[in-house]
Each structure stands twice: as structure tokens, then as C-alpha cells.
Design a protein around this ligand. Structure first.
Ligand code: NAD
Length: 439
């Protein structure tokens, strides 16, 4: 089926078609954003038109209906997706998102970004992503489990340890991964830990996986500062989003000597120029359900937070947060993309012109998939590593990838995103050429 029929055409299914992003009306949605980034990289490396055309489409998109018996006895039907973008370099890998604004085009964009992410850090996977249109906070635990098990059953023909290995993303966690692992295992009749990553350690998860995305981002930032001859101590950081990536990001940045001056979640933010204690903010969020009412600082809106004076701005929420309308107001010197697709191509150009360094998502937040890869390798071997080993290997991969990207950026005079994309697209294209076109 062609993308136009799937609503993934360059216009029809575009922005605003519901992605949870903060993009302004008329702006491009994540799928068009991903295509624009691919086109720019393809042009920069002189990619053949036919390969570019293949890469501009997802390999396959599965749309599933997920009926769930609710606690009150009624049945609600949710829509779910699983998209494989490109599998030239290995099995499909990518998270599953539960969010009310999930769309097929958003999931497809996230799958394409996974293809580049795995390539840029050199792990042997292709790109995938999944999602269900649901607000998980509105479901009871029983409803969430039934939704997850039914969604897992519906995508069962797509997934497997040698085919496609899901992981957590926005709105899903290690418990959701445990239910998917169990559902898959029950269907095949034996335990298959390697079918998902980001599982609890007790059933084959990896030590270090929970913090891995943020840890990888921090390693990338530290490698960047080192290359620039700068120290992290006393530098200020602002973080948007306080879930897995943002919450761990705040804690790990503080441990490295950064002063975390502002954080936010979907309900609002808190700002204290003298610094916030991320552990105290986390404890408050557990109690109150949000960081916004944290007493140790002043309330700040989501928009204001992005425009605060800081050395580092770490978007760690959703796509399209830094856009044409606010990019000129970003006062941070470095944007560390914990989220996927937080900066639109228009904003990217504005930030470049203003001398703001963007450490791009496909590099900066790759730590999650790198440790997911380590988890999968450990599961397949049934031999587990210490957390120290995991973190050391992660550090080596992230520093190596940063230096590769920096080298390409310096050689060509490109910004980091274009250098990372060029490296990634080049590696995927090389795999496609060597494998040849079937049949
Ligand atoms: P999560 O569900 O744990 O947390 C998301 C956070 O963003 C929550 O605190 C939520 O309140 C907040 N948020 C939502 N809308 C917001 C808004 N408009 N303003 C401010 N905050 C807002 O999700 P996560 O796993 O931390 O993922 C965050 C981002 O990182 C996503 O883009 C995801 O794709 C990306 N990512 C996650 C991983 C991973 O391993 N979890 C890996 C790579 C990339």
C-alpha cells in the first residue's frame, strides 16, 4: 500500500493532524519534518533518487483495532499502530507510545527516526515504532493491562526477537513491557524475554536501562563540552518534560555539576535561578502528580521555560516544541534533544543562524536504544552484565558516535543534525546497495 493511501502523503496527513506536538497551525507535522530532514541529508550526500524514494516510505504499516472490556462492563475500541520504516541493517526496533494524540503519521516519523538513530550509533537494527491512541492516565491498572495484552496480540505477527523488538516510549513503562513479553510468551508456549526491551530486571531486563536514554544524552553533552574545552561545573540547564528522559536527565545533569534551574511537565513548570533539587522535585511529582506546584521555585509556563536563559536546554517531552514561532527566543547555547523531533526544520535553521548548537535527537537520545540493544544481546545469551559494564559500554558507544558526527560536521562545515543524518542515511543506503533489491 502506498503512503498516500495511508494518509502519509506529504500534505494530507500533516501537522496538526493531532500529534501531541506544540506546533503552530500550518506548521509541518512530524512526518513532513522527518521527510524534510531526509531530503536535506540525501541531497548533501548525493544519494541516488531511487534509494531516496524507498527511504521516503515506511516499509510496512499495521493499523489495528483494540477492543477492551472496561471496568464498568462496557467495551471501548482503541486504535493502534506498528510501523516498520527500514530493515536493511537488522531487525526492527522502536518504542510503543500511549498518548491521546498519537497518529499513524507521527508513529511513521518516529519509526524513520529510529532507522537513523540505530545507524548513527552503529547498532544492527532497523527502525520501527508503535502507538495506541489512548490517555493511559484515564485507565485503571486492569484496563491498561487488558489494552496492552490485546494490542500485543494484534501486533503479534509483526513482533519477535528476530523480527521486531518493542520498547517503552511516552506513556508506557517496564510494566507494560512485562505484559507484552508475557502475552507473546503465552502465545508461543515458552518464555521469550528478547521480544521486548525495557523490561523489569526480574524477567530479563538490563541493569541501567531505565536511566539509559538520559545517561546517553549526558554522555553526549559531556563529550561535546570536552571537545569545546569547557567544564560542566556550574553550567545551567533547563528541562522540558519530567518523565523517564527528563526526570533522569535532571538527576544525572545535577550529579555532573550542572545547576538545573527549571523543569516542566504537561501541567506547567517551576523555575529557580539558584537551582532546583531534582530528587526533591521527583518526590513532589510522585505526591502531587506534577512538578508545577513544587514549592522550591516560581511557576513558569511551558512557553516561558523554553525561552529561559541557560547554558543547556533539554527538550524531553514531545515533537515540534521548538518551532518557527519561538526559535528566535531560545536563549540556551546548547539544545540537547532528549525528545524525538522536538525541533522543526524551520527552527533548526533559525537556531543554526543564531549560533545555537543542537545536539540532535538521533544522536543525543540514542542511549535508550543502545542499552535496549545490550538488553537484547544479554537475553539472547542468557548472560547478564553488571550496571557498571552496561554504563561503560554505553559511554563508549555515545562518545564514539559523537566524535564521528563531530568529525563529519567539521569536515563538511555542517551543523550536527545534518552531519548525523548524513552519516546515518549513508550507512542505511550502503546496506541497501549491498543487499540489492529483492527479487
Ligand atoms: P514519559 O511519558 O516518561 O514522559 C513524558 C513527559 O513529558 C511527562 O513528564 C509529560 O508530562 C511531559 N510532557 C508532555 N507534554 C508536555 C508539554 N507540552 N510540555 C512539557 N512537558 C510535557 O516519556 P519519555 O519516555 O520520557 O519520552 C520523552 C521523549 O523522549 C519522547 O519524545 C520520546 O520519544 C523520547 N525518547 C524516549 C526514550 C525512552 O527510552 N523512554 C528513548 C528515546 C527518546
Amino acid at each position: 500500500m502506498r503512503n498516500g493511501e495511508m494518509g502519509l502523503g506529504s500534505g494530507a496527513g500533516g501537522a496538526g493532524s493531532g500529534s501531541g506536538s506544540g506546533q503552530q497551525g500550518g506548521a509541518r507535522g512530524p512526518w513532513e519534518q522527518a521527510l524534510a530532514q531526509l531530503d536535506e541529508a540525501a541531497l548533501a550526500i548525493g544519494l541516488e533518487d531511487d534509494l531516496r524514494e524507498i527511504l521516503r516510505q515506511p516499509k510496512r504499516c499495521l493499523v489495528v483495532s483494540v477492543p477492551v472490556r472496561m471496568d464498568d462492563g462496557s467495551i471501548r475500541v482503541f486504535e493502534g499502530y506498528r510501523v516498520h520504516h527500514n530493515l536493511a541493517r537488522g531487525p526492527a526496533k522502536g518504542g510503543i507510545r500511549y498518548h491521546p494524540a498519537v497518529t499513524l503519521e507521527e508513529v511513521a516519523a518516529l519509526a524513520m527516526w529510529m532507522t537513523w538513530k540505530c545507524a548513527v550509533v552503529g547498532i544492527p537494527y532497523g527502525g520501527a515504532k508503535g502507538g495506541v491512541v489512548v490517555d493511559p492516565r484515564e485507565l485503571s491498572r486492569g484496563e491498561l493491562e487488558r489494552l496492552t495484552r490485546r494490542y500485543a496480540s494484534e501486533i503479534l505477527p509483526f513482533i519477535g526477537p528476530e523480527q521486531d523488538i518493542p520498547a517503552p516510549d511516552v506513556g508506557t513503562d517496564e510494566q507494560v513491557m512485562a505484559w507484552i513479553m508475557d502475552t507473546y510468551s503465552m502465545n508461543v508456549g515458552h518464555s521469550v524475554p528478547a521480544v521486548v526491551t525495557g523490561k523489569p530486571v526480574s524477567i530479563g531486563g538490563s541493569l541501567g536501562r531505565a536511566a539509559a536514554t538520559a545517561r546517553g544524552a549526558v554522555y553526549t553533552l559531556l563529550a561535546h563540552l570536552r571537545a569545546e574545552g569547557e567544564s560542566p561545573v556550574g553550567k545551567t540547564a533547563v528541562i522540558q518534560g519530567f518523565g523517564n528522559v527528563g526526570g533522569w536527565g535532571a538527576r544525572l545533569l545535577a550529579r555532573e555539576g550542572f545547576r538545573v534551574v527549571a523543569v516542566s511537565d504537561s501541567k506547567g513548570g517551576v523555575y529557580n535561578p539558584s537551582g532546583l533539587d531534582p530528587e526533591a522535585v521527583l518526590a513532589h511529582k510522585r505526591e502531587a502528580g506534577t512538578v508545577a506546584s513544587f514549592p522550591g521555585g516560581d511557576a513558569v509556563s511551558g512557553e516561558e521555560l523554553l525561552e529561559l536563559e541557560a547554558d543547556v536546554l533539554m527538550p524531553a517531552a514531545l515533537e515540534g516544541q521548538i518551532h518557527e514561532g519561538n526559535a528566535s527566543k531560545v536563549r540556551a547555547r546548547v539544545v540537547l534533544e532528549g525528545a524525538n523531533g522536538p525541533t522543526t526544520p524551520e527552527a533548526d535553521a533559525i537556531l543554526e543562524e543564531r549560533g545555537v548548537t543542537v545536539l540532535p535527537d538521533i544522536l543525543a537520545n540514542a542511549g535508550g536504544v543502545v542499552v535496549s540493544y545490550f538488553e537484547w544481546v544479554q537475553d539472547l545469551q542468557a548472560y547478564f552484565w553488571t550496571e557498571e559494564e552496561v554504563n561503560q559500554k554505553l559511554r563508549r558507544v555515545m562518545e564514539g558516535a559523537y566524535l564521528d558526527v563531530r568529525g563529519r560536521a567539521e569536515e563538511k562545515g555542517w551543523r550536527f543534525r545534518l552531519a548525523a543524518m548524513a552519516l546515518a542515511v549513508g550507512r542505511v543506503a550502503e546496506a541497501m546497495r549491498i543487499r540489492g533489491l529483492y527479487p
